[in-house]
Ligand binder design. Sequence first.
Ligand code: PMP
Length: 431
Amino acid sequence: MTSRALDERETAARPIARRDTAPARAGYDVEAIRAQFPILARPVRGKPLAYLDNAATSQKPRAVIDAIRRYYEEDNANVHRGVHLLSERATRAQEAARVKVARFLGTDDPHEVIFVRGTTEAVNLVAQTFGRQRVGPGDEILVTCLEHHSNIVPWQLLCQEKGAALKVVPISDAGDLELDALDRLLGPRTRLLAVTQVSNALGTVTPIAEIIERAHARGVPVLVDGAQGAPHLGFDVGRAGADFYAFSGHKIYGPTGIGVLWGRRALLEEMPPWQGGGDMILSVSFEKTTFNALPYKFEAGTPHIAGAVGLGAALDWVGEVGLEAIAAHERAILDTAAAALAEVPELRIIGAPRERAGAISFLLGDVHPHDAGTILDRHGVAVRAGHHCAQPLLARLGLSATLRASFAAYSTPREIEQLVRALHAVREIFA
Ligand code: PMP
């Protein structure tokens, strides 16, 4: 391998090479998109892979894999503290990724973008800083019945610590939030509403702008869990008016171990730091520590620099294909899947929300989802079987597990046909 000379003028965060990108907007060429994801070409159990577990994690395009490899081959050093060229390059790469995240979220203030491990860590950060500062005995935190465990348990822990109460916005049988109940539950003691943009278990898209408006009308700040929303719908923090937005890199074609907490600057400024350590301080003595400015106040220790670079590359990739084009493709795939699944005898689709994105849950007769999932795997079909980290939601629907097929920019009707064929094979086994 030849190594290129380092050049201090060259930014480590140069745009990702165009050769890997699909012919954007000119028509959606899903096969050209698939060809950019090396893992999708790998047979599984001797069969072509039908990867329908995208709500758990997405696969990565070569542009992302290359960006991470290139970072380690050409730029790797620790950030912020170094006076040498590689450290400058690593710092520039990480900060360029922050700017890309800010742009993705429709804001021009990268200081509001905090790198974390993922959605889970983002929610915990807000609970442990904003929450600890603002919530006291008798106060209330409002979540919804649609939430993932990671947008429930951090609030439960906070409520236990503070003697506060966790309140829950109910859903209809169809899997939509009951907005009238939301209005009733938003009370004078409500300190925060934590709500998902898209349910990972049912695919329900919540009317997030309207929810935020209703909460703000009562003076209640809103944290939006964008783990499932970001990859399918994106989110404009300014337009939606949220106070906090969290998402995970690995669900939007980026690497694992990196995610984002976006917060409104005024709130972030007021919040105390969470973890202590290097980089989050301006000065330390044994008597007193002064904390760094945003966003570093919340980024203690060596960050996941390569992860940030990979996330930046993933957002570049999404931008080049076009989020709207991806969303339109996924809607068509979801419709195809819903229609095809409805034709499978004894198959029951769970929920019928007004709007769905990315995922569809179902049951096949009385076959346990784990059994069905294991057989589907033998046919090269990767789906999720279980409670999807949304046990309260499944309990509300009288269930303990479902099968879930979830989609991405590279999903094809062929994969849905493979899923349906494999479901027929499951039926034959259990007939
Ligand atoms: N919220 C939702 C809606 C999710 O789907 C997930 C991941 N399944 C999370 C939060 C947690 O994300 P992570 O595990 O990446 O922190």
